[in-house]
Design a protein around this ligand. Sequence first.
Ligand code: SAH
Length: 366
Amino acid sequence: MYANYLNPETFKETERILKSDDVSDAMKKISEKVLMGTTLSRGEFVYLLGLKDSPDRKALFRLANAVRHDNVGETVFVKGIIEFSNYCKRDCAYCGIGASCKIKRYRMRPDEIVKVAIDSAKHGIDTIILQSGEDPFYTTDVLIDIIKKIRNHTRRPVSLSIGERTPKELELFKKAGASKYLLKQETVNSRIFKSVHGSDYEVRISLLKALVKLGYIAGGGDIIGLPGQTLGDIADDIIFMRDIGVKMAGIGPFIPTQNTPLENYPSGSADVTLNAYACTRLAIPTIFLPTTTALGTLDPGLQYKGFEAGCNVIMVNFTPDKYRQVYRIYDNKRKVEFYETVQELLKRGKKLSFSVMKSLKEEELV
Ligand code: SAH
């Protein structure tokens, strides 16, 4: 059977699930569908997203892990993020750097951004992610210059997470050398989106589609636990990302943040977040799927649990300390440090992206 040959771990896991007395018939059917490459339905995703600790949930995680193994292998990709500006023209209700938040603002100078990027590349990280609020201070030309310089000096892939720009700009950034772009849809439920983000729902969705079309490794993703959001909405997010062809997904729990309109709402569920990782892996087998800082903010151990639910990426932070303290998109944001993370991953027996291993001296790893 082809499926066995191409997906040996998924095959083994499915066999195990089918033989288990304590796994439900629904879960058995789902694992067979996954093995055969049949798309799962919205109802099936809703079922999986709602699983609490149970034999079915264990089966879900093991299945997601097997799909990850068969499609993208065992490597954990360590990416470095530089948060270069906390100015933002938007006012998202969940976010701590929205325009009307009274916080200390900073902008890194272009040469400073390039310098930090070069330094992070020396650590051997896999991709340099430039993230900021939506800050028009960085014009198209300034950004193009930064991208080109980073590419020239480091040869590392450059990923942007700078919010909405025009399709023309996205094209120019690509030409300048950016190959990845994260523009989370946040929620595909337009009513919720409008209440927490603004009137730009159609624009944001069409830009995400444009990124896919332009040949970017395009990243979508959602926030788990926005007010009013149902498991059906989260299932819709996963199906949406599958259908438009994203290749990365940033999925994290909502974290309430002081002095924002949502400060008194509860955090998103860690369990649902982990279930969403597993479902996303089943839906898009080759996806780059980070276990997010937001999940690690609920509990650091949880971030590593993401690797048991189908994740294969972690982002470490290279923002200079003086800025990092004020880049508070949410409260108590966990500091994900390079060395600490690498050591923790190695302790857990993970294989790291080749460049990390190569650039670190043996003694630095122990
Ligand atoms: N300005 C860029 C980058 C946003 S910050 C953009 O609009 O794309 C990166 C991500 O942090 C956001 O996409 C959002 O999903 C997440 N985020 C912001 N505030 C959050 C909060 N309070 N809880 C959880 N995630 C949050």
